[in-house]
Design a protein around this ligand. Structure first.
Ligand code: GLN
Length: 197
């Protein structure tokens, strides 16, 4: 398998690279369109989705990444990265755009100001309980029929998968949880994506 890329335009990409190192997966930082052909899957980190949106246009990674997403490339978005993968953003800024791919609506900053950052235990897929951080987190407000829910927090959907796209509201990389990254690496192995030159 080729290395896993972590989109390194803004946000906590270093923590994702460290989490991948812990589970023995080679990772590289992605900032240029050419870098995308060197990887078997991509993580879009948390940070600020409006900034990632703008920088992806300035660095010309937006269009090639959208093409890859549409051709079945495995991508894992966390928090701001989840927002970037959503087909529709609720409470975005007027000019904000996502890459899209997941047939969901996400609501930005959905937990309000009082509890906008906290840690909690979440049941993720078949991995059991994981202790993770929510940092000005979005929630998945609606899901299309092809979307599988992988975790809920109370009644809110906080992790989803559709084909080769995985999106979560929370940060496992902040609390040192590796299970979600391991789940994504298995997705990348199963996809065995071949780049066409
Ligand atoms: N609220 C941020 C946004 O809208 C996401 C926060 C995060 O990634 N931790 O992009």
């Amino acid at each position: 398998m080729l290395p896993i890329g972590v989109l390194a335009l803004q946000g906590d990409f270093r923590e994702h690279i460290e989490t991948l190192r812990v589970i023995g997966v080679q990772a590289i930082e992605i900032r240029k369109p050419d870098d995308l052909s060197k990887i078997s899957g991509l993580i879009i980190p948390g940070g600020e989705s409006t900034v990632i949106d703008k920088l992806s246009k300035i660095f010309s990674v937006r269009e090639p990444l959208i093409k890859l997403i549409q051709s079945g490339f495995p991508v894992f978005g966390t928090c701001a990265g989840l927002i970037m993968l959503a087909n529709k953003i609720i409470d975005g800024t007027p000019t904000q755009e996502s890459f899209g791919g997941l047939d969901i609506e996400v609501r930005r900053n959905a937990f309000g100001s009082q509890v906008d950052s906290f840690e909690a235990d979440v049941e993720f897929a078949d991995s059991g309980s994981v202790h993770v951080a929510f940092i000005r987190a979005p929630i998945v407000a609606t899901v299309g029929s092809e979307v599988e829910t992988l975790a809920k927090f109370g009644s809110d959907i906080v992790a989803v998968r559709q084909d080769n796209l995985l999106g979560i509201s929370f940060h496992p990389e902040v609390t040192g949880v590796t299970a979600v990254h391991e789940y994504f690496i298995q997705m990348c192995r199963d996809a065995n994506f071949q780049h066409h030159k």
